[in-house]
Design a binder for this molecule. Structure first.
Ligand code: AMP
Length: 532
């Protein structure tokens, strides 16, 4: 079976507790839009829409998409960046009953061909105008129909609403709404099916956890077609009737937008932990009442600086697979500064297990964070073999993250203490080490390869490849050429190489990644970390 369903008794429990609703995401948006028609729904660098405009324009897009012969349930790949049209297109797809597949604008042939095959994508939605010609790329990939943001056909305004209602009436709340991609498993990314009711619940619970209201103005700077972008920004803001202030990762253009639009809440990913040093930061945060830090361990100095400016700060742990932990308003300062908080839902069950076992570690000890709950997946899509390893026997998802928990003022708070999954977290983009190694080993002169995370002051981590080669050492440009020839997304290319006579092994014969990570951390050293 490709899709692992939530057990029927869990569905009943989540629904009767009022967590899961009975509407599709498109219907949820329409209901909120009808309540707040004249409020701002999205303010982006390239335009703005009220809820009424968002609702009616996405209806037109849905009708246009249906007119192209795309059918409810059809997966559509998305490769777009943070623009107003992206949000319109997102809801347009959902309203047409199509299933957005959240690939990254940075993905190339290596990723797109595999993801398209795995989900059976019938169309590829891209944007025009970036440095890379995504439209030409999509044509070459020939996944199906090539759709271009801003150039999508619109249906008949008199019929669009009725058509959307008809389409949505045919979709159950527990059908697949979106495919997200996992960064943290073996090989190429695994596909995470997200269902209408649970995905909307995830976002609505997130908005409630911060106490958002229709007055809230939620700024988002990191790629919006990511799980964090959809849950924490697009759906969460819209579940509360709030405004999404959509910037881009470029602080020079986005901080003035936050200032102009009076943003009240912002999520800062690891790549933006230095935003506080930017000259535009004070103006951008003049109306901010909540800064949420996420994606990597938060340096205490950053937390102190934000609080010294009077900005309330908290933390978030989240993943495309589901589980969220947050330090919500009212959490003690120590909890906000040193932990990622408590689970989003009172129905989340978390356990910290000895890796590879089902035994809980003693209180306070470090183990693998495992979770089951009303918005955490029960299985990757079409991945039976992997699923058998990725869950405990009673269905808790093994996150691959290491965590500990400690009581603070009577509550159990979780801290992230590292990870066991073999990936590199490059400013929030997850790079699968095994995927990189498999590409390296396709090079005719590379006989051994290990990809490890090297510390980087700006991005947190970047990829260093340890290589065993036949003949003369390879240069970094030669390795880059090899990755380009295989159509691999640039963010996955090794950014440093080290040559070895052989790859070090552990006693059980696995690549000794710990030794290699320690080696590269030593070579980089504190001077290089502070110089960059
Ligand atoms: P993604 O599914 O791309 O959102 O990535 C989720 C992964 O990012 C988690 O499994 C963690 O490895 C990492 N992550 C997310 N939030 C945090 C955090 N606050 N601290 C440390 N790691 C985090």
């Amino acid at each position: 079976m490709s899709l692992v369903p939530y057990p029927p008794e869990a569905v009943d429990r989540y629904r009767s507790a009022g967590l899961w609703g009975t509407r599709t995401i498109a219907d949820e948006l329409h209901a909120v839009a009808s309540q707040h028609p004249d409020r701002d729904a999205v303010v982006a660098l390239d335009g703005r829409v009220t809820y009424r405009q968002l609702d009616s324009r996405s209806d037109l897009l849905a009708a246009g998409l249906a007119g192209l012969g795309l059918r409810p349930g059809d997966p559509v790949l998305l490769q777009v960046t943070n623009r107003l049209d992206t949000v319109l297109g997102w809801y347009g797809l959902l309203k047409a009953g199509l299933v957005p597949v959240a690939t990254l604008a940075a993905h190339r042939a290596h990723e797109i061909s595999e993801i398209a095959r795995r989900v059976g994508a019938v169309a590829h939605l891209v944007e025009r105008g970036g440095k890379f010609d995504l439209v030409g790329f999509a044509r070459e990939q020939a996944v199906g129909q090539v759709l271009v943001l801003g150039e999508l056909p619109e249906g008949d305004p008199a019929r669009a609403r009725g058509l959307v209602e008809e389409i949505q009436a045919g979709i159950g709340p527990d059908a697949v709404a979106v495919y997200q991609l996992s960064g943290g498993t073996t090989g190429v990314p695994k596909v995470i099916p997200r269902l209408h009711a649970e995905y909307w619940y995830n976002a609505a619970a997130y908005a409630r956890s911060w106490g958002w209201t229709p007055e809230t103005r939620v700024a988002h700077l990191i790629p919006v077609i990511h799980n964090a972008g959809i849950v924490c920004a697009v759906h969460a803001a819209h579940s509360a009737g709030a405004c999404l202030v959509l910037g881009t990762p470029d602080l020079d253009e986005s901080l003035p937008l936050l200032a102009r639009e009076g943003a009240t809440h912002v999520l800062l990913g690891h790549g933006h932990y230095r935003a506080a040093d930017h000259p535009g930061f004070p103006a951008a945060t003049a109306a901010i009442t909540q800064v949420v830090l996420s994606g990597a361990k938060v340096p205490p100095s950053l937390f102190d600086r934000l609080e010294a400016r009077g900005i309330w700060s908290g933390q978030l742990f989240g993943m495309g697979e589901g589980l969220f932990l947050t330090t919500r308003p009212g959490a003690p300062r120590t909890a906000r500064a040193t932990t990622v908080g408590t689970p989003l839902s009172e129905h989340d069950e978390i356990r910290i297990l000895e890796p590879g076992s089902e035994t809980e570690v003693p209180p306070g000890a470090v183990g693998e964070l495992c979770a089951r709950g009303p918005y955490t997946l029960r299985g990757y899509y079409d991945a039976a073999e992997h699923n058998a390893r990725a869950f405990t026997s009673d269905g808790l998802y093994r996150t691959g993250d290491l965590a500990s928990s400690q009581p603070i003022e009577g509550q159990r708070y979780v801290s992230i203490e590292g990870r066991i999954k073999d990936l590199i977290n490059r400013g929030g983009e997850k790079i699968n080490a095994e995927e990189v190694e498999l590409v390296l080993l396709r090079h005719p002169r590379i006989t051994g390869a290990a990809a490890v995370a090297m510390p980087d002051p700006r991005l947190g981590e970047r990829t260093c490849a340890y290589l065993v080669v036949d003949g003369d050492p390879l240069t970094l440009p030669e390795v880059a050429e090899h990755f380009a020839a295989h159509g691999v997304a640039t963010f996955k290319w090794p950014e440093r190489i080290e040559h070895l006579a052989e790859i070090p092994r552990t006693l059980v014969g696995k690549t000794d990644k710990k030794a290699l990570a320690a080696d590269i951390a030593r070579r980089i050293g504190p001077e290089e970390m502070s110089a960059r």
